[in-house]
Design a protein around this ligand. Structure first.
Ligand SMILES: [Mg+2]
Length: 233
Protein backbone atom coordinates (compact mmCIF):
# COMPACT_ATOMS: atom_id res chain seq x y z
CA UNK A 1 0.00 0.00 0.00
CA UNK A 2 2.79 2.46 0.83
CA UNK A 3 4.86 0.91 -1.95
CA UNK A 4 2.53 2.44 -4.55
CA UNK A 5 3.27 6.01 -3.36
CA UNK A 6 5.36 8.29 -5.58
CA UNK A 7 6.62 11.09 -3.34
CA UNK A 8 8.47 10.59 -0.07
CA UNK A 9 9.03 13.64 2.13
CA UNK A 10 11.83 13.28 4.69
CA UNK A 11 12.48 15.31 7.78
CA UNK A 12 16.22 16.15 8.12
CA UNK A 13 17.29 16.76 11.75
CA UNK A 14 17.19 13.68 13.99
CA UNK A 15 15.70 11.59 11.15
CA UNK A 16 18.67 11.49 8.74
CA UNK A 17 21.18 14.03 10.14
CA UNK A 18 22.34 12.98 13.62
CA UNK A 19 21.70 16.25 15.44
CA UNK A 20 22.88 15.06 18.88
CA UNK A 21 26.20 13.62 17.74
CA UNK A 22 26.89 16.66 15.56
CA UNK A 23 26.04 19.07 18.38
CA UNK A 24 28.40 17.40 20.83
CA UNK A 25 31.12 17.37 18.19
CA UNK A 26 30.64 21.09 17.52
CA UNK A 27 30.61 21.88 21.23
CA UNK A 28 33.96 20.06 21.57
CA UNK A 29 35.43 22.23 18.80
CA UNK A 30 34.13 25.37 20.51
CA UNK A 31 35.55 24.28 23.86
CA UNK A 32 39.01 24.04 22.33
CA UNK A 33 38.88 26.97 19.92
CA UNK A 34 37.94 29.43 22.65
CA UNK A 35 40.19 27.89 25.33
CA UNK A 36 37.21 27.61 27.64
CA UNK A 37 39.12 25.45 30.09
CA UNK A 38 41.69 28.20 30.68
CA UNK A 39 38.85 30.69 31.15
CA UNK A 40 37.46 28.66 34.04
CA UNK A 41 35.15 26.13 32.44
CA UNK A 42 36.94 23.14 33.94
CA UNK A 43 34.80 20.24 32.93
CA UNK A 44 33.66 19.60 29.36
CA UNK A 45 30.83 17.21 30.34
CA UNK A 46 29.47 19.63 32.90
CA UNK A 47 29.62 22.50 30.42
CA UNK A 48 27.79 20.39 27.85
CA UNK A 49 25.07 19.42 30.35
CA UNK A 50 24.58 23.04 31.36
CA UNK A 51 24.47 24.21 27.76
CA UNK A 52 21.92 21.53 26.84
CA UNK A 53 19.49 22.43 29.54
CA UNK A 54 19.78 26.17 28.82
CA UNK A 55 19.49 25.56 25.09
CA UNK A 56 16.37 23.37 25.47
CA UNK A 57 14.70 25.98 27.62
CA UNK A 58 15.50 28.81 25.19
CA UNK A 59 14.30 26.73 22.22
CA UNK A 60 10.94 26.32 23.96
CA UNK A 61 10.76 30.10 24.31
CA UNK A 62 11.71 30.55 20.66
CA UNK A 63 9.02 28.08 19.53
CA UNK A 64 6.46 29.94 21.59
CA UNK A 65 7.51 33.17 19.92
CA UNK A 66 8.81 34.74 23.16
CA UNK A 67 12.37 35.30 21.95
CA UNK A 68 14.01 35.81 18.55
CA UNK A 69 16.45 33.58 16.69
CA UNK A 70 19.32 36.06 17.17
CA UNK A 71 18.68 36.34 20.89
CA UNK A 72 18.52 32.55 21.25
CA UNK A 73 21.82 32.07 19.41
CA UNK A 74 23.82 34.31 21.72
CA UNK A 75 21.87 33.90 24.95
CA UNK A 76 22.41 30.13 25.17
CA UNK A 77 26.16 30.69 25.35
CA UNK A 78 25.90 33.79 27.51
CA UNK A 79 23.91 31.89 30.14
CA UNK A 80 26.23 28.88 29.93
CA UNK A 81 29.28 31.12 30.51
CA UNK A 82 27.46 32.91 33.34
CA UNK A 83 26.91 29.60 35.10
CA UNK A 84 30.73 29.34 35.21
CA UNK A 85 30.94 32.93 36.48
CA UNK A 86 32.11 34.31 33.13
CA UNK A 87 30.13 37.44 32.30
CA UNK A 88 31.19 38.24 28.76
CA UNK A 89 28.53 38.94 26.17
CA UNK A 90 31.07 39.60 23.41
CA UNK A 91 32.61 36.16 23.96
CA UNK A 92 29.13 34.59 23.89
CA UNK A 93 28.46 36.42 20.63
CA UNK A 94 31.74 35.22 19.08
CA UNK A 95 31.05 31.64 20.18
CA UNK A 96 27.53 31.80 18.77
CA UNK A 97 28.80 33.01 15.39
CA UNK A 98 31.36 30.24 15.27
CA UNK A 99 28.92 27.57 16.45
CA UNK A 100 26.46 28.39 13.67
CA UNK A 101 29.25 28.17 11.10
CA UNK A 102 30.74 24.88 12.34
CA UNK A 103 27.65 22.88 13.27
CA UNK A 104 26.11 22.39 9.80
CA UNK A 105 29.47 21.22 8.43
CA UNK A 106 29.32 18.16 10.70
CA UNK A 107 28.40 15.01 8.85
CA UNK A 108 27.20 12.35 11.28
CA UNK A 109 24.15 10.63 9.80
CA UNK A 110 22.04 7.79 11.16
CA UNK A 111 23.22 4.37 10.05
CA UNK A 112 21.86 3.41 6.66
CA UNK A 113 21.04 6.95 5.50
CA UNK A 114 22.88 6.82 2.17
CA UNK A 115 21.89 3.20 1.58
CA UNK A 116 18.17 3.78 2.06
CA UNK A 117 18.08 6.99 0.03
CA UNK A 118 19.91 5.32 -2.87
CA UNK A 119 17.58 2.34 -2.63
CA UNK A 120 14.45 4.50 -2.72
CA UNK A 121 15.80 6.63 -5.55
CA UNK A 122 16.58 3.52 -7.60
CA UNK A 123 13.02 2.40 -6.86
CA UNK A 124 11.88 5.53 -8.72
CA UNK A 125 10.47 7.36 -5.74
CA UNK A 126 10.73 11.15 -5.78
CA UNK A 127 12.44 12.25 -2.58
CA UNK A 128 12.00 15.64 -0.90
CA UNK A 129 12.87 17.32 2.39
CA UNK A 130 10.53 19.17 4.76
CA UNK A 131 12.53 20.67 7.60
CA UNK A 132 11.99 23.21 10.35
CA UNK A 133 15.11 25.33 10.25
CA UNK A 134 17.04 28.16 8.68
CA UNK A 135 17.91 27.96 4.98
CA UNK A 136 21.52 29.10 5.44
CA UNK A 137 22.06 26.22 7.88
CA UNK A 138 20.02 23.43 6.29
CA UNK A 139 21.55 23.89 2.83
CA UNK A 140 25.05 23.56 4.30
CA UNK A 141 24.10 20.34 6.12
CA UNK A 142 22.76 18.78 2.93
CA UNK A 143 25.85 19.81 1.00
CA UNK A 144 28.48 18.67 3.52
CA UNK A 145 26.70 15.37 4.24
CA UNK A 146 26.42 14.74 0.50
CA UNK A 147 22.65 14.37 0.74
CA UNK A 148 21.57 17.07 -1.70
CA UNK A 149 21.80 14.73 -4.68
CA UNK A 150 18.90 12.57 -3.53
CA UNK A 151 16.27 15.28 -3.17
CA UNK A 152 14.15 17.21 -5.64
CA UNK A 153 12.20 19.74 -3.57
CA UNK A 154 13.57 21.28 -0.37
CA UNK A 155 10.94 22.83 1.86
CA UNK A 156 12.57 24.82 4.66
CA UNK A 157 10.29 26.44 7.23
CA UNK A 158 12.06 29.79 7.51
CA UNK A 159 12.08 30.05 3.72
CA UNK A 160 8.40 29.27 3.12
CA UNK A 161 7.03 31.04 6.20
CA UNK A 162 5.37 28.14 8.07
CA UNK A 163 6.74 25.56 10.49
CA UNK A 164 5.69 21.93 10.85
CA UNK A 165 3.21 20.82 12.12
CA UNK A 166 1.15 23.59 10.51
CA UNK A 167 -0.91 22.25 7.57
CA UNK A 168 0.27 25.12 5.35
CA UNK A 169 3.85 23.87 5.15
CA UNK A 170 2.67 20.40 4.11
CA UNK A 171 0.35 21.86 1.46
CA UNK A 172 3.17 24.11 0.24
CA UNK A 173 5.45 21.05 0.08
CA UNK A 174 2.96 19.18 -2.11
CA UNK A 175 2.71 22.18 -4.40
CA UNK A 176 6.49 22.58 -4.67
CA UNK A 177 6.98 18.85 -5.33
CA UNK A 178 4.05 18.77 -7.76
CA UNK A 179 2.60 15.91 -5.76
CA UNK A 180 -0.87 15.02 -4.52
CA UNK A 181 -1.61 14.10 -0.95
CA UNK A 182 -2.68 10.57 -1.94
CA UNK A 183 0.62 9.74 -3.61
CA UNK A 184 2.76 11.14 -0.76
CA UNK A 185 4.25 9.96 2.53
CA UNK A 186 5.98 11.92 5.30
CA UNK A 187 8.87 10.22 7.12
CA UNK A 188 10.14 11.75 10.36
CA UNK A 189 11.21 11.33 13.97
CA UNK A 190 8.72 13.61 15.71
CA UNK A 191 5.22 12.22 16.38
CA UNK A 192 3.62 15.66 16.61
CA UNK A 193 5.66 17.79 14.21
CA UNK A 194 6.05 15.21 11.43
CA UNK A 195 3.39 12.54 11.88
CA UNK A 196 0.43 14.45 13.28
CA UNK A 197 1.22 17.37 10.97
CA UNK A 198 1.13 15.19 7.86
CA UNK A 199 -1.86 13.08 8.85
CA UNK A 200 -3.82 16.25 9.64
CA UNK A 201 -3.90 17.00 5.91
CA UNK A 202 -4.58 13.36 5.05
CA UNK A 203 -1.03 12.32 4.18
CA UNK A 204 0.30 8.93 5.28
CA UNK A 205 3.30 9.12 7.60
CA UNK A 206 6.00 6.87 9.01
CA UNK A 207 7.42 7.47 12.48
CA UNK A 208 11.19 6.89 12.58
CA UNK A 209 11.74 5.81 16.16
CA UNK A 210 15.56 5.67 16.35
CA UNK A 211 15.69 5.55 20.13
CA UNK A 212 12.93 3.03 20.71
CA UNK A 213 10.78 5.48 22.54
CA UNK A 214 7.37 4.23 23.71
CA UNK A 215 5.16 3.32 20.77
CA UNK A 216 3.27 6.26 19.34
CA UNK A 217 -0.37 5.13 19.46
CA UNK A 218 -1.61 7.36 16.65
CA UNK A 219 1.30 6.47 14.36
CA UNK A 220 0.08 3.92 11.85
CA UNK A 221 3.57 3.07 10.56
CA UNK A 222 6.78 2.94 12.54
CA UNK A 223 10.38 1.85 11.93
CA UNK A 224 13.23 1.63 14.45
CA UNK A 225 15.96 1.80 11.82
CA UNK A 226 16.13 3.59 8.48
CA UNK A 227 16.91 0.37 6.63
CA UNK A 228 13.61 -1.09 7.82
CA UNK A 229 11.97 1.28 5.33
CA UNK A 230 12.94 -1.36 2.77
CA UNK A 231 10.15 -3.53 4.20
CA UNK A 232 7.63 -0.83 3.32
CA UNK A 233 8.85 0.26 -0.13
MG1 LIG B 1 13.35 15.93 13.27
Amino acid sequence: MLASKKHLFFDLDRTLWDFETNSVDTFKDIFQLFNLQQLGVQDFEQALETYRSINDHLWDEYREGIISKDFLNVERFHQTLLSFKINNRQLAYDIAQRYIRISPTKTALFEGTHEILSYLKKGNYNLHIITNGFPEVQHVKLQYSDLRKYFTALIISEEVGWKKPSPEIFRKALEMAEATVDESVMIGDDPIVDIQGATDIGMEAIFVNHHQEPFCDFCKYQVNHLLHLKDLF
